[in-house]
Structures are given as C-alpha cells and as structure tokens.
Ligand binder design. Sequence first.
Ligand SMILES: Nc1ncnc2c1ncn2[C@@H]1O[C@H](COP(=O)(O)OP(=O)(O)OP(=O)(O)O)[C@@H](O)[C@H]1O
Length: 317
Amino acid sequence: MTPTALNKATTILLALACEAASRLGAMGVLILPEGPMNWEAIAALGDGNRIMIAESSERHLKAITEAGMIAIEVDEATESAITERITLALIEAVANDQLTAGARVVVAYSGFEAETLDSITVVRLGEHLEQLSSRDLRALETSVPFETLKAVVDVAVEIGREGREGKTVGTLIVVGDVRNVLSRTRALGFDPFKGYKRKERNLRDPRVREAIKEIAQMDGGFIVGRDGTVESACRIIDAPNSGLTLPKGLGTRHWAAAAITNVTNALAVVVSQSTGTVRLFQKGEVILRIAPMQHARAMKWQDAETEPGPGRLDKTS
Ligand SMILES: Nc1ncnc2c1ncn2[C@@H]1O[C@H](COP(=O)(O)OP(=O)(O)OP(=O)(O)O)[C@@H](O)[C@H]1O
C-alpha cells in the first residue's frame, strides 16, 4: 500500500534537493526510494523540476509515470552499496536517453533510515561516466565474459574517438552465441579474417584490434565469439525489426544490432559514424550508451578493488 503522507524529514529534504537542482542548473532530481512512497505528493513537491525515480516494481513504475515523473527501471534494491545503486540508475537513465552525459543531477536517497530520504549528493554525469569502471560493465550481467566485453568496448570507443585517416568510422560488433548469429547473417563477399588461425584472430591481441579498426571502414559487422575470437567480418545481419523500438535518429546499423540481439543471446556493440557514440545492445534494447564527450580522453579501466571509495560520486563542482 502507498503511504498517505511523506514524513517531515523527507518533505524537507526533497524541497532542498529541488532547490539545489534549480540553483545548480541540474537536469533534475533522481530519487532512490527504499520502498513505495506517495508518488503524487513527491510530484507536487517537484516544483517544475524533472523528477526521476528508480524503482523495480512494474506497478510503481506505472504509478510514477502517471504522476508525471520519470520512472527508471532498476533491479530490486539489494544489499549493494548506495554508490553502486546510484551508478546503475544513472546508467539506465543515460541508456534510455533520459539523461545526457555532462548533465548534473541531484540524487536523494535513504542513507541512514529506510523510510526517510535523508541524504543528497550531486553528480556530474560527464565526470562520472568518464570513470566507467570495470564494476559498471560487470554489473550489466551479460552472457559475455567480462574480459571479452572490455576488449570489445575498448576497441569500439577507440574507433568512435579516432576514426581512420581523418574520417569518422562507424561499426557493429556482435559478440557471443556465434552459431545462431552466423545463421542470421550473410557474407558480403570477401572475409578479411578467413584463413587465419584462431589464436591469430583474438580481439584481446592489440594487433587484431588494429586490424579491426582498419576493417571497420568496410560495410557490414564483425562476429566475435565469447572468448574474443573474431569469427567473421563484413557480415550483413538479416533479422526482423518487428516489435522493437529505438530512440529516434538511430539508423539501419543500430536497428540491425537491436534485431540480432532480440533473436539470439548475443550482445552487440555499435559505434555511430555520425556521432561517435558507442551503444551496447542486449535483447533488442540499448543497455549502455557511452557518449563521445566522455571518450574525448582515454578511458581508464580500473578494477573494483582499486577503485576510489564511495566518495567518488560526490562531485559538487
Ligand atoms: N543489416 C546490417 N548488417 C550489418 N551492417 C549494417 C546493416 N545495415 C547497415 N549496416 C551498416 O551500417 C552502415 C549504414 O548505416 P546507417 O547510416 O543507416 O546507420 P546508423 O544506424 O544511422 O548509424 P551511423 O550513426 O553510423 O550513421 C552501412 O554502411 C553498413 O555498413
């Protein structure tokens, strides 16, 4: 049941969060509630601010939208540290185009008492996503091993950032479920990887990544195995788009990625030629978007063990 009123501390904290958002020129207020709240009352407090609420229950997601706020679907609140939960909610919001890199967001959450929103933190998304960490990728729970995913995302980000010989380059890399994927694609003629031994075709090898950057200029996509072996290149995907929806402005390359991940267990990584943005697709949807602004500089990978502690999100500048 939805509580009838917000408690006093929550009401005051939300008013402060909204005021902070207005004064800082933030893109909105993100709330991470510990349980159901009076959504109408929260919307009324919003005072013209963009209010985003991270929730797991379908019923509450619907109620949040009906109250005129933005619902961000997240997994059920676990024992994970609050910084990790904030990270996942932000990644989801960025992936759904509800927030853009560079935006500032005020986050309100229950730091001490479950039934009260008692803490505020201010996050700058550009800075935060620049530190896209191995933990963020691990949290995506894909069927592809982390080391392979990291190598593919790295090469994609480099292609988006560098292009080739002064020209922008886009590409599509489909990873995992190789047999099914191959059966739904066709060769465009020449396969540049044909004839090479398996160990000469692994994406974790820097020479192979260089070759990928060169071949990315050609039409079609790469098919990569779970272990990082490039199985084929210059393949055209032939999978149905029916029942899929994508953000406006995405063309055939992105639709092909959505379609192939919808009918197989593969993951697809797309670099947009026009914007340099890298998107990860799974089950027909964008699950992560890495905007070009953040990869204007080299992306640093960090192991969870060596990452800065919870303070890293509290960026107020
Ligand atoms: N079904 C497909 N399978 C593999 N590659 C494809 C497919 N459809 C398009 N492509 C690739 O995408 C290129 C054209 O992409 P288009 O401009 O429509 O894509 P987009 O999604 O708008 O991405 P971009 O931002 O890169 O332009 C083609 O040259 C081709 O290499």
